[in-house]
Design a protein around this ligand. Structure first.
Ligand code: GTP
Ligand code: MG
Length: 442
């Protein structure tokens, strides 16, 4: 990527639509806009203009927006062309853009990348923006918005600032170890302040597993013996024929995943191969091995049994189902119906009990994952950065007060990890913190 390039892209979705948005960024934007629209509109005001190619042919009548840098999304000169959304109009306007020298199609994520490089957003905000664009549920949307809007970043930044100041205090103790009073003045409370930041990080880390689940989806796994109706249940819950259903035990060989939204919580619902001691063949055996893996990795395990499959009530040894569901309630069998009030008995055929099951599942998901929006760490990258920072802080706390240099070094690494988290690691800033705090000019 050459920073000098001007980039353009169709920023709205592909295909026929009422409106299509072509976006431009870079120093060539101004010249291109003048040529296309016959002049530069006032900044940040929507104006209606005829767009013309170099031969003077009118291509479209469009809404044109001009965002001179640095007050733009990328920090560079930017423009938006709101065109009529036909492929022909889009193609004609893009052809004019590409004919301009030093103007080229943008690479994926390049506008956001430029925004990051120009300091318009940090890495966490960029991640939040990416998450927001992918958000499928209300929970995902809220979580992503908090990251994108900088609310999470400001907390991370405050951790980093506190660590910079703590380090500045330790450094001062080193520099003035011989001077009476300075070391003593700086030393008290350093460990306590470190412990406070550490506790805040740890608290966020402990809540982060649930946030990550909200981001990626809760893994709900349907397991049980063959022929109990797991695939039928997956189809009923997802309201589509995603899995093959048949009366032959061992129909499902490979696990099948569907994503769905249960009252704002994203769910990855997985249908698995029925568990039985003797698999019919190697393929089924492999399927059963995968079922066990899914059971082990499930966030929510649903055990499905049915009265016409003897012995199917008892969950797989060692597994801890969150819900046990008896299926085929419509069958007039001599099979025992569970008597306790908690027992769920449904029929995927008649729909009996399905709403109770959905309510129960929804309540379980809400209880566990419904209030996780307060956790700030939502991605594996963010989590591991904080984990590393915590490790350095723990080490720092265990270093004896006399070993200033070692302690300071651990705190430096701890703050650097947080700096990496937001993408703002900068040695100059660190020096600034020390010098501004201690008036070392004396
Ligand atoms: N009577 C009745 N039959 C059902 C019900 N749900 C499923 N079945 C039938 O039970 C049989 C097995 O259903 P599946 O959904 O394929 O069962 P499975 O648990 O996925 O089976 P495997 O893939 O072999 O592990 C099919 O013939 C279904 O039509 C129900 O509520 N009532
Ligand atoms: Mg099946």
């Amino acid at each position: 990527m050459t920073a000098g390039d001007t980039i353009y892209a169709l920023s709205s979705g592909a295909g026929r639509a009422a409106v299509a948005v072509v976006r431009l960024s870079g120093s060539g934007t101004q010249g291109l806009l003048v040529s296309l629209a016959g002049g530069l509109p006032p900044p940040r005001r929507a104006v209606l203009r005829d767009l013309r190619d170099s031969n003077g042919e009118t291509l479209d009548r469009a809404i044109v927006l001009w965002f001179p840098g640095p007050s733009s999304f990328t920090g560079e000169d930017c423009a938006e062309l709101h065109l009529h959304g036909s492929p022909s109009v889009i193609q004609a306007v893009m052809a004019v853009c590409s004919a301009w020298s030093d103007v080229r199609p943008a690479e994926p994520g390049e506008f956001t990348r430029r925004a990051f490089l120009n300091g318009k957003m940090d890495l966490v905000e960029a991640e939040g923006l990416a998450d927001l664009l992918e958000a499928r549920t209300a929970g995902q949307r809220r979580q992503a918005f908090r990251q994108m809007s900088g609310a999470a970043s400001s907390v991370f930044e405050s951790w980093r600032e506190q660590l910079l100041l703590i380090r500045a205090d330790i450094e001062a103790s080193v520099d003035f170890a011989d001077e009476e009073g300075v070391a003593e003045a700086a030393a008290p409370g350093i460990d306590r302040r470190m412990a406070t930041v550490l506790a805040e990080m740890q608290e966020n880390l402990s809540r982060s597993a649930a946030s990550e689940i909200i981001r990626d989806g809760v893994k709900v796994v349907l397991a049980g013996h063959p022929n109990t109706g797991k695939s039928s249940l997956l189809n009923a819950l997802s309201r589509r024929e995603a899995a093959i259903v048949s009366a032959i035990p061992g129909t499902t060989r490979d696990s099948i995943e569907v994503t769905m939204d249960i009252h704002g919580i994203p769910v990855i619902l997985t249908d698995t191969a029925g568990l039985r001691a003797r698999a019919a063949d190697l393929v089924e055996e492999e399927g059963i091995r995968r079922t066990r893996q899914h059971i082990a990795g499930a966030d929510v395990l649903v055990w499905v049994w049915s009265p016409d499959v003897p012995g199917s009530e008892a969950p797989e040894a060692g597994s801890m189902p969150d819900l046990i569901v008896g299926n085929k309630a419509d069958l007039q069998t001599s099979g025992e119906r569970p008597s306790n009030a908690d027992a769920l008995f449904i029929s995927t055929r008649t729909g009996q009990g399905m709403s109770v099951l959905l309510d129960r599942l929804s309540k379980l998901l809400q209880d566990r994952y419904g209030s996780v929006e307060s956790s700030l760490l939502v991605s594996a990258r963010q989590k591991s950065a904080v984990q590393r920072s915590i490790r350095h802080l723990n080490d720092a706390l265990h270093i004896s007060p006399g070993s200033f240099e070692l302690k300071a070094e651990e705190v430096r690494q701890a703050s650097e990890e947080i700096g990496r988290l937001t993408g703002r690691v900068d040695v100059e800033e660190w020096l600034g913190a020390i010098f501004s705090r201690f008036c070392i000019g004396k």
